[in-house]
Write a protein that binds this ligand. Structure first.
Ligand SMILES: *[C@@H]1O[C@H](CO)[C@@H](O)[C@H](O)[C@H]1NC(C)=O
Length: 438
């Protein structure tokens, strides 16, 4: 029995680790190599198993890696060493070559394998043939997996027994809302992403679900380093069904879902975001008589995405009248109750740019550009499907129920405006009144 399995590089740094029992803190992993180096310095032979300060270290070497198991009990060392060899065998069968690089490239799948191959420190399935039935190399391709029955013994307060569906389905929506403020110089002065993972579960019985996110996701307080740009989540909140102890231990989101609709988790990211939809306006006041707008909107996301139901609200003076509009795409309407006009674009393709012009009459003669600074900003509403601005992605959603039914998971992504997506990018200027010739 092992409390922890880790794969280390030659410097003794853990590349990946999985705790199965919490009696050996992960900090012991880093003590392993110094002990080995000490032994070598003293001219002693380094044995596969040794004990220091009551912790048993069991390891094997493979190419430029150490595979290490730690335990605190009187474990069957031969069994663990055998397990480590089987682990190498399985990983080689999955990735052909097992080295530092292949671990970094297949972080999620190795995690999944570690999960399947050992339970609570006891070796389980180590046959790669069997494992490949559950865990496929393209595990980012979503799939519903059926596992051997597991007993769910503890009572679950948020789900009743005996739920039955003819068709077992799960819908998962990852929704990200972007709030930002662009100042009049065009700089983003405030931005945040509010994320929500919503589910609709139509599943029979007492299903066990496990959600795997991409390895770029880092939850606050994890010391793990991911490759590339990490997604650092803050304020992560889970539905009560998520096993928090499990999450704290190994970042696995596992749960027995309530029936029907619920929010599984929410999060916030305060990383700066570039405005996905950029809008700027040139406003020309012809003193006391009329005002003209030239509005430019630009989709600042990849060409393969597009934004739906874009609505751009451009504020105008309260008493503006006799509107005239001309737009290169979409439709424009005046909303006097909102003191704005709304430019609606049903579908805005990535990297596309459009212009529109508006003209209003101004009946009352006003003072020197009164309250120009207090003018409301331009606001934008939009939805971009199949896209998350944070880069979060669902790698797998496993559904296991003891009756062994097949269930279909559906995943959708959407990025949309939050309550406050504002741009103070209307540049106003007043043209001199035309002075009649004497
Ligand atoms: C806009 O924000 C940038 C960066 O914070 C700042 O340097 C600039 O002065 C701001 N412009 C205005 C008009 O406030």
């Amino acid at each position: 029995m092992a409390s922890l399995i880790a794969i280390l590089d030659l410097k003794g740094k853990p590349l990946i680790q999985r705790s199965y029992r919490d009696d050996v803190p992960p900090s012991y992993i880093e003590r392993f190599l110094p002990i080995v180096l000490d032994l070598e310095e003293e001219g002693q032979q380094v044995t596969p198993c040794f004990t220091r300060e009551g912790v048993n270290y069991m390891h094997i070497r493979h190419s430029n890696l150490y595979l290490l198991a730690l335990s605190k009990r009187n474990s069957n060392a031969a069994e663990i060493i055998l397990f480590l060899h089987r682990l190498v065998q399985v990983l080689v069968e999955y990735f052909k070559e097992l080295e530092e690089e292949s671990i970094r490239d297949n972080f999620v799948i190795i995690y999944e394998l570690l999960d399947e191959m050992m339970d609570f420190g006891y070796p389980q399935t180590t046959e790669s043939k069997i494992l490949q039935e559950y865990i496929t190399q393209e595990s980012y391709k979503l799939e519903a997996q059926v596992r051997p029955p597991i007993a769910v013994t503890n009572a679950v307060s948020w789900r009743s027994e005996g739920i039955r569906y003819r068709k077992n389905e799960v819908f998962l929506d990852v929704i990200e809302s972007v709030n930002l403020l662009v100042n009049s110089s065009g700089n983003v002065v405030r931005s945040e992403i509010l994320g929500s993972v919503k589910m609709k579960c139509y599943l029979s019985g007492m299903p066990e679900l496990r959600l795997g996110l991409n390895d770029k996701v880092m939850f606050e307080t994890t010391g793990r380093t991911a490759r590339g740009k990490a997604i650092e989540m803050e304020d992560v909140k889970f539905h009560q069904c998520v096993r928090l102890a499990r999450f704290e231990n190994d970042r696995t989101i596992s749960f027995i879902p309530p029936d029907g609709e619920f929010e599984l988790m929410s999060y916030r990211l305060s990383t700066p975001v570039k405005p996905l939809i950029w809008v700027e306006a040139a406003v020309e006041h012809h003193k006391g008589s009329r005002v003209e707008y030239m509005v430019k909107c630009k989709a600042q996301f990849k060409r393969r995405s597009s934004a739906n139901n874009v609505e751009i609200y451009v504020p105008v003076p309260d008493d503006a009248d006799t509107p005239k509009f001309r737009a290169s795409t979409g439709t424009v309407q005046y909303a006097p109750d909102k003191s704005a006009f709304i430019w609606k674009i049903k579908q805005l393709g990535g990297s596309r740019e459009f212009l529109m012009r508006a003209h209003f009459g101004l009946p009352s003669v006003r003072g020197e550009q009164d309250s120009m600074d207090k003018r409301a900003p331009i606001t934008v509403k939009f939805e971009i499907p199949y896209f998350t601005v944070s880069g979060i992605q669902v790698r797998y959603l496993k559904i296991v129920e003891k009756s062994g039914y097949q269930a279909l998971p559906w995943v959708r992504y959407i990025t949309q405006n939050g309550d406050d997506y504002s741009l103070r990018t209307a540049l106003e200027k007043t043209s001199a009144p035309i002075v009649p010739m004497m």
